[in-house]
Design a protein around this ligand. Structure first.
Ligand code: G3P
Length: 197
């Protein structure tokens, strides 16, 4: 299983990388804002810094919610570095954008997934990763690890190559539970990774 860190904080990315267990990074607009990175140019510079620290996939999320905007932002992000994966919301326009990028061999992470139906569409459109939101589902009293297991099973049944990236993980137990049901990747804060120790 791959370990990604879910942060835009360079010190934490460095620390996780130095532990020797880091396979990649996921970010989102609120994580960027938390580090005071605002505006397209500043975001691009920050992504390049992250790519210089970690030799692995770095998910960079678009802010646009319409197809044309996602394509414009996603193409600019993908052109930054070979390790950038364009993170797109699992909406109708987002699925259309996943399909568009798959046709251009640009890798994508289809995010904001709360159901197996969304995950099925993401895989069918050719997403590289799908991100079910584990702790956000727990917050609303839904069986989050069960959903991860269901997506893993579904992808195995149809030989989809989309990797299941268990996201929005805040507690260490969820890392183990997602590993047990066969998630390809977990992404979480450094504190949750350290909790394994
Ligand atoms: O990778 C998805 C993640 O960034 C969302 O996490 O903690 O806002 O639910 P959270």
């Amino acid at each position: 299983m791959k370990f990604f860190i879910d942060t835009a904080n360079l010190a934490q990315i460095r620390e996780a990388n130095e532990m020797g267990v880091l396979d990649g990074v996921t970010t989102n607009p609120s994580l960027m804002a938390k580090e005071n990175i605002r505006g397209e140019e500043a975001c691009r510079r920050h992504y390049l810094e992250i790519c210089s620290i970690v030799d692995g996939d770095v998910s960079a999320e678009v802010i646009a919610t319409d197809f044309d905007g996602m394509v414009r932002e996603g193409e600019a992000l993908a052109a930054l570095h070979k390790n950038i994966v364009v993170k797109l919301p699992c909406t109708a326009d987002g699925i259309r954008a996943v399909k568009y990028f798959a046709g251009k061999n640009i890798r994508t992470n289809c995010t904001l997934v709360f159901s197996a139906g969304q995950a099925l569409l993401a895989a069918k459109a050719g997403a590289t990763y799908v991100s079910p939101f584990v702790d956000r589902l727990d917050d609303i009293c839904s069986d989050s690890v069960g959903l991860v297991a269901q997506i893993v099973d579904l992808y195995q049944t149809y030989d989809y190559t989309t990797q299941v990236l268990a996201a929005s993980i805040r507690n260490t137990l969820h890392i183990l539970q997602c590993a047990e049901v066969g998630a390809d990747v977990v992404t979480c804060p450094l504190s949750a990774i350290k909790g394994l120790l």
